[in-house]
Design a protein around this ligand. Sequence first.
Ligand code: F6P
Length: 546
Amino acid sequence: MTRNTLPPWQALEAHAAQLASRHLRDLFAADGAGRFDAMSVQALDLLYDYSRQRVTRETLGLLQSLAQACELPARIAALFAGDAVNNTEGRAAMHMALRNRSDRPMQAGGQDVMPEVRAQLAKMREFVTGVHQGRILGYTGARFTDVVNIGIGGSDLGIVMATEALARFRNKGIRLHCVSNVDGVELADALEKINPATTLFVICSKTFTTQETLANANAAREWLLGELGEKAIGHHFVAVSTNHQALDAFGIAPESRFTMWDWVGGRYSLWSTVGLSIALSLGMDPFELVLAGGHEMDEHFRTAPLERNLPVLMGLLGVWNIDFLGLDSLAVLPYDRRLHRFPAYLQQLEMESNGKSVTRDGTPVGYKTGNVVWGEPGNNAQHSFFQLLHQGTARVALDFIAPVNGSSRFLAHQDLALANCFAQSEAFAFGQTAEQVRNDLQAKGAPVAEIERLVPHKVHAGDRPSSLILVPRLGPRAVGKLIAWYEHKVFVQSVIWDVNPFDQWGVELGKKLATSMTEPVRTGLAPDGPAHLQKLLAQVQRWRGD
Ligand code: F6P
């Protein structure tokens, strides 16, 4: 049965229509002081305040009924049981095993994967501590001072995000450079800053077939070869991949290989050996604390009742905003600069996972699925795009994220950050009425005509829904919890929409075309290509000739 024919879905549609005329001000007035308690959850040292969402208790009840009608509890159980939830590729999605801190076995493909997971973690620890303690050295006998991670998408974004978020834990002796883009800019910039004798390259690619990564890895290999000679390669390159044949071809020795598995999706892989560069940058202990935070969230997701379950609530509220209130964009606004790459990380997580328009059995969905995710550190965003969010015609759902204690040594600055965060969420919810604008201007002694001229410009309609995530401090555990929270939120939404969040066929066509386009771009020749392409290629040739 398609989701929008389920009785709770239809009840939610009717309910949304009834609620349309009620402003968030009315909802707060109706609920009084009890609204915050009814619409916030504190768990795992996280506070989730969703009282500023455009919901009533009835909305929440109906969303819970929808979750039950979509058999969410059974689907969560299937995820954790290692069933082939990635049905188009016939695989489990068992990233939770990577951060399993308990003694419980975890199955994927009918097999307990924990022994392999633990073995790779032990290998990572051995390697990372070896590098940090100067036991593992470069070809010339020098200590490593720089690590260059070469990877893209899930083999880059989590590494950048987590090492930025946890910058205060960085090992002072190691500088991390991340090279992802195929245009060569990041690689060239990194090579300018590093000394070949003290640089370790980590080639990170689940498939080891990704064009961007291979182009950058080959160029880095050539560079090192030119600087230190062939024999140095084995000392300066390690790799993370499932593709051992390709690693043979690249010349990565078995002891320099870190394995991952096909039951780990790229965008869910920072917990795996993909986290090697995170551990090289921060140390193995902080990395394992990130895993511990992720595991805490897994346990919460698996066991907490749906009404108090953080990922379930966040997922359902997202569905409400997207499918029933028509908000198909989510801005993620951290009030800590250290989280500045978190929105980019979530873009891949959410948009690659739930950017689907057919159900798991291939039927067109007939309702909206994944939304556009974007964002910037909130305080900077206030001075750029918040105008549109406050008074523009586009409607956007907002997630504010704020640590109570800041990440810098200027502790008092976090009071300002929090004040801004709270002030903005109030302004988005309650706005500013014409009457308030008038009173304000009158108090300042403005003439009546001037007041009336300005009122329409100064009114803030409010009624913009937002959630607030408050954490005590941005430590490794908190970062792990946050990431796993959003991961499971994505899963919850995929269950409601009945889509497979673990495949990404949509990126394949572009990749295939890029491969066939490489030679025409180089030569300017595509004899069988369409006229518009011939013209583009000719223009490239003309400007290349200049
Ligand atoms: O282009 C999409 C994608 O397939 C992502 O899903 C993945 O994270 C990224 O490419 C990189 O893939 P790999 O780790 O295999 O190089």
